[in-house]
Design a protein around this ligand. Structure first.
Ligand SMILES: [Fe+2]
Length: 280
């Protein structure tokens, strides 16, 4: 197994490994590399959904994929609620998965719940000819880039993370648009969070849409969020994943945000996804 860091502050590629056949020493090295690089890419993997699930479960118990408000009965009808499809493909008039082919804005997965997933893992089954890249940005670096006064202020504040919209801005099942970010549903988290395992502080912004700083009035909140978002994804703090079939990419939602570039709707893109619950 070979681990190569990228030339930016995040990301590493790991070669010569089969994620379906990992011994515990290799897993320990992967875990350490994940904490250090925040985003890992494994190429040329051939994993069934069950094997992807088994690899993911080595990092902790899995989180259900976000499906909006659904009943236990509806959830019971989902073939595997832990390994889901991200796809624009329509088969027999029904979408094979979520999120379509549009651009997905910068976000952290499921930050609107009390205990958001630590790791998210994607495996490329079908990739478009062009577009559909996933870009990551370093949120430890974003915090360090803030001027001291702004950083000190950020440490005193929190953010309410909107639960109503997904990363392409569409409403989740069972939710409605809010008249104001102040009224949007979702959990409140500290704006600066300490990574439980590395001990490093990071900005924790979730996503921009309908975010709100409860300590401030709406206008102040909007202005401050815009200002802080100006320090996100600066040069040297980003890494782009251009997908090849068989790529598995996992990232740490406590340390990075991600976004997806759009791709032609006529191209097919299919990813399998898992998410890991926090254990500490
Ligand atoms: Fe996401």
């Amino acid at each position: 197994m070979r681990i190569r860091r990228t030339d930016t502050s995040i990301g590493a590629t790991i070669d010569d490994v089969d994620l379906a056949e990992l011994d515990s020493a290799a897993f320990r090295d992967i875990y350490r590399a994940w904490l250090e690089a925040s985003v890992l890419r494994f190429r040329d993997q051939v994993l069934t959904k069950e094997e992807l699930q088994a690899f993911s479960e080595r990092f902790g118990p899995l989180e259900y994929a976000p499906m909006g408000k659904i009943t236990d009965e509806q959830r019971a009808n989902v073939p595997n609620p832990f390994v889901t499809n991200i796809s624009n493909i329509i088969e027999d008039g029904r979408p094979l998965g979520g999120l379509g082919s549009g651009e997905a804005n910068w976000h952290t997965d499921m930050s609107y719940i009390e205990r958001p997933p630590t790791a998210s893992i994607l495996m490329a089954i079908e990739v478009p000819e062009v577009g559909g890249d996933t870009e990551y940005c370093d949120m430890h670096a974003a915090l360090e880039s803030l001027p001291a006064e702004l950083s000190d202020h950020a440490r005193t504040l929190s953010i309410k993370h909107d639960a109503a919209h997904d990363s392409v801005g569409a409403l989740r099942r069972g939710f409605e648009h809010s008249a104001s970010p102040m009224d949007a549903p979702g959990c409140v988290h500290a704006m600066v969070r300490r990574h439980e395992e590395s001990g490093r502080d990071a900005l924790y912004l979730g996503r921009r849409q309908d975010a709100y700083i409860p300590e401030l009035g709406l206008d102040e909140s909007e202005a401050l969020l815009d200002k802080i978002w100006g320090y996100v994804a600066l040069d040297g703090h980003r890494w782009v994943q251009q997908w090849r079939k068989g790529d598995v990419v996992m990232w740490d939602n406590r340390s990075v945000m991600h976004r997806r570039m759009s791709f032609p709707a006529s191209n097919r893109r299919l990813m399998h996804r898992t998410q890991v619950r926090p254990v500490v």
